[in-house]
Design a protein around this ligand. Structure first.
Ligand code: CO8
Length: 260
C-alpha cells in the first residue's frame, strides 16, 4: 500500500506503520489522519496481519501533536470535524482484531500522546517524552486525551498533566502505567518486533477475542465484563486453535495454530 505521509511495511504477518513527516516531527495533519483511517479499514479486512507496530520517522519524534499550522486556521466547526476524524481513526485501533503496539521513539505530545494512548500498549525509548501541551495553545486535548489518559492514570493525575501541560520522561510515564516498557533507543524496535513475533505465533482468533474482551470489558461493570468474557471464551472453540492448543499440551508438543 502506498501513502504520502506514512510508510507501510509487512513481513511475516507483522505490519510496521511509520508516520512519515519528519520535518514537522510527524505532526498529524488532516491528510495523515485520513490516510490512517484508510489504512486501519484495510487492516481490519486483512486476515494475514497478526500484529501492528506504529512508530514515527526520524530519531526525534513519534508524533509532536496535531499539525499546529492547520489548527491555527480552524473555526469552531472545522475544529470539530478535525477532532471527529482523529477520534474515529483512533477508535478504530481498539476495534482491530490484531494488537497495535505504539513504538514511541521520541516526542509523543498532544495528538501524538493521544495516538499512543489509543494503541493497545506502548513501548518507549529512554528518550521519549509524553505530554498534553494543548493548554499552552489555548486548547484542550481533542483526540480522546481527556478520556483515555484519565482512564489510564486516574482522573487526578490526568488533570494535573493536562492543566500544567507538563512533559514527562518515559520512566515517569512507565511509573504511571502509561508505558509498558522503556528501552534504549537502539533496542526499541528490536524488542517491539520480538514481542510482536511472540504474539504472532498465537492463534489469531484467541488474540482477537482477548483484545475485544479487555477493550469492551473495561468500559462496563465487572459482572457484565465477565459475561462478555464467558461468551468470548465459548467463541474460542469456533476456531480449530482451541483443539490444537489443548491437544498439543497433552501430547507434549508445540502447538501449530492456524494462519487465519
Ligand atoms: N505541528 C506542526 N509543526 C510542528 C509541530 C506541530 N505539532 N511540532 C513541531 N513542528 C515543526 C516545527 O514547527 C519545526 O518546523 P520548522 O523547522 O519548519 O520550523 C519542526 O517541526 C521542528 O520543531 P522544533 O524546531 O520546534 O524542534 P525542537 O526540538 O526545538 O522542539 C518540540 C520540539 C518540543 C516537540 C516542539 O516542536 C513543540 O513544542 N512542538 C509542538 C508540541 C505541541 O504543542 N503539540 C500539541 C499540538 S495540539 C494537539 O495535538 C491537539 C490534538 C487534538 C486536536 C483536536 C482537533 C481540533
Amino acid at each position: 500500500m502506498e501513502f504520502k505521509n506514512l510508510i507501510y511495511e509487512k513481513e511475516e504477518g507483522i505490519v510496521r506503520i511509520t508516520l512519515n513527516r519528519p520535518k514537522a516531527l510527524n505532526a498529524l495533519n488532516a491528510e495523515l489522519i485520513s490516510e490512517l483511517n484508510v489504512l486501519f479499514d484495510a487492516l481490519a479486512a486483512d486476515d494475514g496481519v497478526r500484529v501492528v507496530l506504529l512508530t514515527g520517522a526520524g530519531d526525534k519524534a513519534f508524533v509532536a501533536g496535531a499539525d499546529i499550522s492547520e489548527l491555527a486556521h480552524m473555526d469552531s466547526f472545522s475544529a470539530r470535524i478535525f477532532a471527529d476524524a482523529g477520534q474515529s481513526m483512533m477508535a478504530k485501533i481498539a476495534l482491530l482484531p490484531m494488537p497495535v503496539i505504539a513504538v514511541v521513539n521520541g516526542f509523543a505530545l498532544g495528538g501524538g500522546c493521544e495516538l499512543a494512548l489509543a494503541c493497545d500498549f506502548i513501548y518507549a525509548s529512554e528518550k521519549a517524552m509524553f505530554g498534553l501541551p494543548e493548554e499552552t495553545l489555548g486548547l484542550i486535548p481533542g483526540f480522546g486525551g481527556t478520556q483515555r489518559l484519565a482512564r489510564r492514570v486516574g482522573a487526578a493525575m490526568a488533570m494535573e498533566l493536562i492543566f500544567t501541560a507538563k512533559r514527562i520522561k518515559a520512566e515517569e510515564a512507565k511509573a504511571l502505567g502509561l508505558v509498558n516498557r522503556v528501552l534504549p533507543p537502539e533496542q526499541l524496535m528490536e524488542e517491539a518486533q520480538k514481542t510482536a513475533a511472540t504474539i504472532a505465533a498465537m492463534g489469531p482468533a484467541a488474540i482477537a477475542l482477548a483484545k475485544a474482551a479487555v477493550h469492551r470489558g473495561i468500559e462496563v461493570d465487572l459482572i457484565s465484563g465477565s459475561y462478555m468474557e464467558k461468551e468470548a471464551f465459548g467463541l474460542c472453540f469456533a476456531s480449530p486453535d482451541a483443539k490444537e492448543g489443548t491437544s498439543a499440551f497433552l501430547e507434549k508438543r508445540k502447538a501449530v495454530f492456524s494462519k487465519t
